[in-house]
Design a protein around this ligand. Sequence first.
Ligand SMILES: NC(=O)c1ccc[n+]([C@@H]2O[C@H](COP(=O)([O-])OP(=O)(O)OC[C@H]3O[C@@H](n4cnc5c(N)ncnc54)[C@H](OP(=O)(O)O)[C@@H]3O)[C@@H](O)[C@H]2O)c1
Length: 355
Amino acid sequence: MKAAVLKAFDAPLAIETVPDPVLGTGEVIVDVAASKVLAYAGEVLSGKRGYLITPPLVPGAGGVGRVRAVGPDAVQLAVGDWVFCDPTVRSRDDAAAPSIILQGLTAGDARGLSLQKYFRDGTWAEQVRVPTENVAPLGTIEPGDAARWCALGTYLVPFGGFLAANLQAGETVLVNGATGAFGSAGVAVALGMGAGAVLATGRNQQALDDLVRRFGPRVRPVRMTVDEEADRQSILRAAPGPIDCVLDLLPPAASAAQVRAALLAVRPYGRVVLMGGLGQDIGVPYGWLMRNCVTLHGQWMYPRDAIGRMIGLVRAGLVKLDEVEVTRFALDDATAAIDHAAANAGPFKVTAICP
Ligand SMILES: NC(=O)c1ccc[n+]([C@@H]2O[C@H](COP(=O)([O-])OP(=O)(O)OC[C@H]3O[C@@H](n4cnc5c(N)ncnc54)[C@H](OP(=O)(O)O)[C@@H]3O)[C@@H](O)[C@H]2O)c1
């Protein structure tokens, strides 16, 4: 099959013929129709982000395609089914604390490296081999919509955060970094889950205005100035009442003060979920956390059963994929796709490689 191969960090991707994946028990082989390209894929493949991958490998985290072959233990999947391939592969030999790898992207920690050696290759290829439990049926879709359905991978991330926070309909939510790719998806998902109001923070006024234009008055934009106390006061002024739940999705370049500006705005007994990319301590006051009975939750990705429910939110029209602007690239143009994704980061955009 044809695949894009990363042979060494910072080497150009080689588009070449590699052996077809071989099916094992507990696995599914999918003919890849589309795979999302992260805005920061170039930083991952150059080694700049320090992600735990060991070239050579086929990059590409998750995607959409049709089942080509199922292992003998599959009970529901059938050849030809349209499916979403979830890159979140969990070790099966530690039920309490599984290692997580993102297939084709990174291991979570050194524990996951052996798992990654096996499920190393991702979706920038004509075929991908995935654990059976990572394949979620989409139902009938138009073949031309495969790249659009890749946006599920973006919406699922904040959905995982809101599930961790046990978000309830009618609650007031704050999304920190709401003008980013995952943050803006968080705004859409919170509204789809029935949030009464969504405080959307960001420095980019135009992007904040766009969120209000798309989603209406349940979205309350809050312009951030990167002055912690001033920003928190702006948040509290914009809130219609106590803030029940805060979801942080700031990138590595943001500061601890930017996280705290939002985090410390949560109400007593509120819930905070950290999903962003900060590489530093955030300095949350112990006494504040304790006396206010605040729950602070770290969340990487989402539980397996979130995928079916996310598809349900889309099928019900509660989260709308037609919001998403899709740009498609052939596998031969994978490098151009990476450049395009970097130059077109931000809300409601999918750059997809369509093998
Ligand atoms: N936990 C998980 O499962 C999970 C999964 C996927 C991704 N992530 C993480 O989510 C984070 C966000 O990814 P993304 O693709 O949404 O990023 P993004 O598109 O770059 O968005 C980040 C947003 O943060 C805001 N921001 C505030 N301070 C910033 C600063 N100093 N520099 C740059 N932006 C700043 C920006 O909005 P303004 O310019 O308007 O302020 C920007 O829109 C990443 O760190 C990624 O690793 C986590």
